[in-house]
Ligand binder design. Structure first.
Ligand SMILES: *[C@@H]1O[C@H](CO)[C@@H](O)[C@H](O)[C@H]1NC(C)=O
Ligand SMILES: *[C@@H]1O[C@H](CO)[C@@H](O)[C@H](O)[C@H]1NC(C)=O
Ligand SMILES: *[C@@H]1O[C@H](CO)[C@@H](O)[C@H](O)[C@H]1NC(C)=O
Ligand SMILES: *[C@@H]1O[C@H](CO)[C@@H](O)[C@H](O)[C@H]1NC(C)=O
Length: 374
């Protein structure tokens, strides 16, 4: 960060370089420096739009190809990119920080307050519009960490709303509130105290209790039933943003049955005997290249409402790849509308093929369009 200001100092800072030089007042100076072409682009976004399209960005310049006619929030999980901030603001979209901290560190109240203030100050100095809390740690119900997490979300939201009017605080939750991956959080209090929950409706095979076989990343019924679980807790549907995967899983098959069932290696995870960790996550751009040279071409599983295919690698190993595409995403996006949720988003925005190839352009546009249903 500091380096950035020294490389491209504003005239104000150039005149007062000696002030900037003192680390203790760097923040003060930094806060007055807008890196955008027009200073008003540094103003944080205040209006709330009815329908959220929440994008995770993991770095690089792919964001230039996003569909900015629909993006409302970008959670920046890559390096700080002032150009992205300025551009998003020019489109009326929020840019939010990533927030993660070991929960054992913030059981202590002073430590928690210090962490929150550090994030608020960082957001201010970078002209950001909030924070996405991505704390995917295992927590036991009623433990000190359980209480501390609930407090963290509440206090973070209060601090951001107070210090940056109009800012947004979101919290990432697993696809179901039922202690998935041992994340036994106080979902109701957390939902009530922040602006929205980003429901990660993917990695739904992280704890396979039945047969150890390759399955869809986010089967339709399992995905949608879990929203009913959130809503049954009396969580406001307008607090829920559905997260869909723009990636799939590539599983090496131990055995591929006549019926096309791919058995997978047992890799235990948080108490379950097998998990999707037996496979590798693959970007949609990779999947779309692989499917044409596969053994089967794109197949469709009507129960899980998901596409998949089998391919043979250069060592003769058979793989089964499960993914989401516009067809599987459409039915989920339709449910966002019918359940009256706050919006939709994806992990992650970067992993489409944004090249100029006509086929890629068409596939990429279809993925963005699918977010709005069909
Ligand atoms: C406070 O946070 C720091 C890390 O920022 C950690 O090393 C320390 O153990 C924490 N203290 C307590 C009492 O939790
Ligand atoms: C592998 O699949 C074949 C064909 O469906 C089946 O006959 C065989 O029992 C399977 N082997 C194992 C180890 O599951
Ligand atoms: C894959 O095959 C489909 C259908 O034949 C075709 O439309 C598409 O252009 C191919 N994609 C690539 C990347 O070659
Ligand atoms: C999925 O849900 C639909 C509608 O609720 C139901 O008819 C169907 O049997 C379910 N499928 C599976 C595989 O559970």
């Amino acid at each position: 960060m500091a380096g950035f200001y020294f490389v491209r100092p504003s005239s104000l800072c150039r005149m007062q370089w000696f002030v900037c030089f003192l680390p203790s007042v760097l923040l003060v100076c930094g806060a007055s420096l807008c890196p955008c072409e027009r200073p008003e682009l540094c103003q944080q976004i205040r209006p709330h739009r009815d329908f959220e399209v929440f994008v995770f960005d993991v770095g690089g310049k792919m964001w230039k190809s996003y569909d900015w006619s629909i993006v409302t929030t970008v959670a920046t999980f890559g390096k700080y990119d002032a150009e992205l901030m300025c551009f998003a603001h020019s489109k009326g979209a929020r840019v939010v920080l990533k927030g993660d901290v070991p929960l054992t560190h913030i059981v202590d109240r002073d430590n928690r307050t210090a962490w929150i203030m550090e994030k608020v100050n960082l957001a201010k100095s970078q002209f950001m519009d909030g924070i996405n809390l991505d704390i995917e740690q295992a927590v036991d119900e009623g433990s000190p960490e359980y209480q501390a997490l609930t407090e963290l979300v509440k206090e973070t939201t209060e601090a951001f709303h107070r210090e940056i009017p109009g800012s947004q605080v979101s919290f990432d939750v697993a696809w179901s509130p039922k202690c998935i991956d041992k994340r036994c959080y106080d979902y109701v209090s957390i939902a009530n105290s922040c602006d929205l929950l980003f429901v990660m409706s993917y990695d739904e095979q992280s704890q396979i209790l039945g047969d150890c076989i390759a399955m869809a990343n986010a089967p339709i019924n399992q995905t949608l039933n879990a929203y009913e679980q959130y809503l049954n807790l009396k969580i406001d549907p307008k607090k829920l943003v559905m997260g869909v995967p723009w990636y799939g899983y590539d599983y090496p098959c131990l055995n591929l049955s006549q019926e096309g069932i791919c058995s997978i290696t047992k890799v235990p995870f948080r108490g379950a005997p097998c998990s999707d960790a037996a496979g590798k996550q693959k970007a949609y751009s990779w999947i779309m290249k692989q499917v044409n040279s596969s053994l089967t071409g794109r197949l469709w599983d009507s129960k899980q409402q998901a596409p998949y295919f089998n391919y043979e690698d250069k060592n003769g190993q058979i793989h089964q790849v499960w993914f989401d595409d516009p067809e599987s995403i459409c039915s989920k996006a339709n449910a966002v509308k019918s359940k009256g949720l706050r919006g939709i988003g994806m992990w992650n925005g970067n992993i489409l093929d944004y090249s100029d190839e006509p086929v890629a352009r068409q596939q990429t546009a279809a993925m963005w369009n699918a977010l709005l249903g069909c």
